[in-house]
Design a protein around this ligand. Structure first.
Ligand SMILES: Cc1cc2nc3c(=O)[nH]c(=O)nc-3n(C[C@H](O)[C@H](O)[C@H](O)COP(=O)(O)O)c2cc1C
Length: 165
């Protein structure tokens, strides 16, 4: 399959095999994050990579997202607070970097899933995240144990406005 078809086949993966992600594959995923675009190239991001059971469990939210503990590794994307304009850029930068990792993983056969719900105080405490940092998102990674069916997706003509809304 060529790259574009692979990319278009991406799914959120919440079930992983027990195989550890190969070192060079993981390195490529981390590089895709480091080399992502950044507003005025400030690169305000920090990422915590956790492989410990404690860290992985801290990425769930009560009974929701319990499956995170089965990921091979999890990346938590954060930025340090600055001023409102830079913080807005920083949030975009971290989001793009995390999604670059999702794509880099998928192109190499590694599954992942965005996590938008977590216990902020608990996660900060377990991962030692400073108070002046904002957690933007969490991505667990691992080799897929099955590929889910494609969920319903809106057709292009419902979301694209040509020239004007
Ligand atoms: C910002 C964001 C937050 C999400 N949070 C969660 C989450 O907390 N738990 C979860 O299981 N999936 C989460 N997802 C995954 C979505 O449920 C998934 O992308 C959507 O159902 C479409 O499926 P697909 O990614 O396979 O196309 C999140 C996705 C995004 C973009």
């Amino acid at each position: 399959m060529d790259s574009i078809n692979t990319l278009l086949s991406r799914r959120s993966i919440r079930k992983y095999t027990k195989d550890p992600v190969l070192k060079e594959v993981k390195q490529n995923i981390l590089e895709a994050r480091r080399l992502a675009p950044s507003a005025t190239n400030v690169q305000p991001w920090h990422f915590i990579v956790t492989t410990s059971q404690e860290g992985k469990e801290a990425c769930s939210f009560g009974n929701f997202n319990r499956w995170t503990s089965e990921a091979d590794f999890i990346v938590v994307g954060v930025y340090r607070k600055n001023n409102p304009m830079m913080d807005n850029y920083a949030k975009m930068d971290v989001t793009i970097a995390l999604q670059n990792m999702v794509i880099a993983g998928w192109l190499q056969g590694v599954g992942s899933c965005w996590i938008g719900a977590w216990n902020d105080a608990n996660l900060r405490q377990i991962l030692d995240i400073p108070d002046d940092c904002v957690i933007v998102g969490i991505i667990p990674f691992g080799y897929p144990d099955g590929i889910p069916v494609t969920p319903s997706k809106k057709p292009l003509d419902q979301i694209i406005h040509t020239e004007k809304w």
